[in-house]
Design a protein. Structure first.
Length: 84
């Protein structure tokens, strides 16, 4: 559950951090720009959270949901969030 801050100057690190979080089951929280430095924030998932995420393969990120809602796609949203 700890949040880590990763400092980078490579613009490609944004995609790298998002991809790493998605592939490992951890949470990408966001990135802030501070001049030339990108500050990436990630939340480490507990082992039981990683196991639980594997049981729900049909999930999307908030950004994907916002995109689908903006496009007025015909969809059903089932929110099963619990405090993590």
């Amino acid at each position: 559950g700890q949040v880590i801050e990763v400092l980078a100057t490579d613009r490609g690190s944004l995609a790298d951090m998002q991809g790493w979080a998605k592939n490992t089951g951890h949470q990408y929280l966001g990135t802030l720009e501070d001049g030339e430095v990108l500050k990436h924030y990630l939340r480490k998932s507990r082992p039981e959270e990683l196991k639980e995420a594997a049981n729900y393969p049909h999930t999307i990120s908030n950004e994907e949901l916002q995109s689908k809602l903006a496009a007025s796609e015909d969809l059903v949203v089932l929110d099963v969030r619990e405090p993590a």
